[in-house]
Design a protein around this ligand. Sequence first.
Ligand SMILES: *Cc1c(COP(=O)(O)O)cnc(C)c1O
Length: 380
Amino acid sequence: MSSVIQHRPTVATIDLEAIRHNARSLRAAASGAELCAVVKADGYGHGAVPVARAALDGGATWLGVSSVEEAAVLRDQGLAAPIALFSEPPPGAVGDVLDLRLVAPLYTTVFATALAREAVRRGTAAPVHLAFDTGMGRVGVERSRWRSFVDRLPSEGLAVTGTWSHLARADEPDEPTTDRQLDAFDEVLALLDERGIDPGLVHVANSAGILAHRRARRPLVRAGIALYGLSPDVAVDASEHGLRPALSLTSAVAFAKPVEEGTPISYGHRWSAPTDGWVATVPIGYADGLHRGLTGRMEVLLDGVRRPVVGTITMDMLHVWCDDDEPAVGQRVVLLGSDGSDRLRVEDWASALDTITYELTCHLTARVPRRYDDLGHART
Ligand SMILES: *Cc1c(COP(=O)(O)O)cnc(C)c1O
């Protein structure tokens, strides 16, 4: 929201020191490899530009995004670091790829040809990272075409500065797929070697790869979710690796009322007060990205005390059962983050909803103002 008017207390706060700390920790975990800070999807909902700056301060040397459009936002804001794209844009985007100095992934001959032709026309060579599918099954040159793709690379207009692949099951540490993918990736590297092609900067690890698979730590690693201090999945817990969640989501009590035992609350009357007590209304709902499926499955910290969210979560408001403690309008409500020694985690929402942390932070909508906590870190 661009307006300077802000009365609604609901706000997402992003701790940039946590981002810097996580960047430093991930580099250390990857034995000093170069770190690509993945800031696609507006920095997983945290804000791509401030996160990118903090990650670079913390030692990241690359930024990773999924589209030319996302890269353009970073360049517009003055970020000069190398930017890797994770999927080929349509061939019509090659001019912008070059103008914005992006490192394009390469996995189709059509895109390779278009990019090379435009680069030659400009008297330059476009830096590219060859992308091979070793088992993810998404984008990348499929195994049956590895050889023909490499043999048909345009002879001018491209500079191969990197080679990469992507892991499908790195968040399952004992599952053999990752090892098989890494074996396949080594075959790719052997093929390039055979053809006399320098693979350049080699990269394969995402967050789970960095944290759970020593063999995946190559000269560059790509961290998204772990940079935000969140777990890729239950089996790879970010907090066990000393990573700190950057996002908190807070609001305040907007309305409080006493209710009698049996009073139904909210749409569908799916909940009624179990005893006489107090209900607080908090101005946040599914239009802010708070998934309606969390109805009956989440708690908040109201003035530091864990309280259940009751009744159907609505577009703009939710309800908190306070038992016989009278809440006060204006009291702090933490939905994610800590208050005192207690902490509410995105991971808990993800398991309640049978999804992953990624989806939930991406879903925070523009209605929630982002505030950046920089703990006195002065940028000049
Ligand atoms: C999104 C993405 C990443 C980051 O994955 P995380 O699990 O968030 O670390 C890395 N590489 C590629 C190609 C991606 O698309």
